[in-house]
Design a protein around this ligand. Structure first.
Ligand SMILES: [Zn+2]
Length: 155
């Protein structure tokens, strides 16, 4: 009986290893988790996969401003034209030396670099700057600003 109980356990862990090694996505047990969970589940940081909470990204996007993100990353505009700011690209990977390659609209919270083609909203900018996926970047952004992370717990 000991051998019998040991076999399924071995098979089970072997299957998990095979799945992890062969596929770029986790086993789909349920569809409740969005794509952000799928990308993060390869390196679970908090407890088990099922216990990982979601993040209310709408609240982060709405309650954190582009100016706050720009201040965190130390962006100094070389030119301002109303809500449209221009300057050096703050991203490490960017080879731009042009003064206005990076443009950002602080009202609609969108940025674009004409050199490295990085673009998106302020959360995307923070993720690109910190070289993190959006999910951990959102957590880090809240902590950097001394805010509570707006978790969504799903059961
Ligand atoms: Zn750039």
């Amino acid at each position: 009986m000991l051998a019998e109980s040991a076999v399924p356990r071995l098979v089970g862990s072997a299957m998990i290893d095979v799945v992890r090694g062969s596929f770029p996505f986790p086993i789909k047990k349920r569809e409740r988790n969005g794509p952000s969970f799928a990308t993060l589940s390869s390196k679970p940081a908090i407890g088990t996969e099922n216990a990982m909470p979601g993040i209310n990204f709408d609240r982060i996007r709405n309650e954190i401003t582009m100016e706050q993100v720009l201040a965190l990353i130390g962006f100094e505009p070389t030119k301002r034209s109303g809500d449209q700011w221009y300057g050096h690209c703050p991203l490490d990977d960017c080879s731009s030396t042009r003064h206005r390659a990076f443009s950002v609209n602080v009202t609609i919270r969108a940025y674009c670099c004409h050199q490295c083609q990085s673009k998106g909203n302020h959360l995307h900018l923070w993720a690109a700057y910190t070289e993190m996926q959006v999910y951990p970047a959102a957590i880090e952004l809240c902590r950097a600003l001394g805010r509570e992370v707006p978790w969504i717990w799903r059961w």
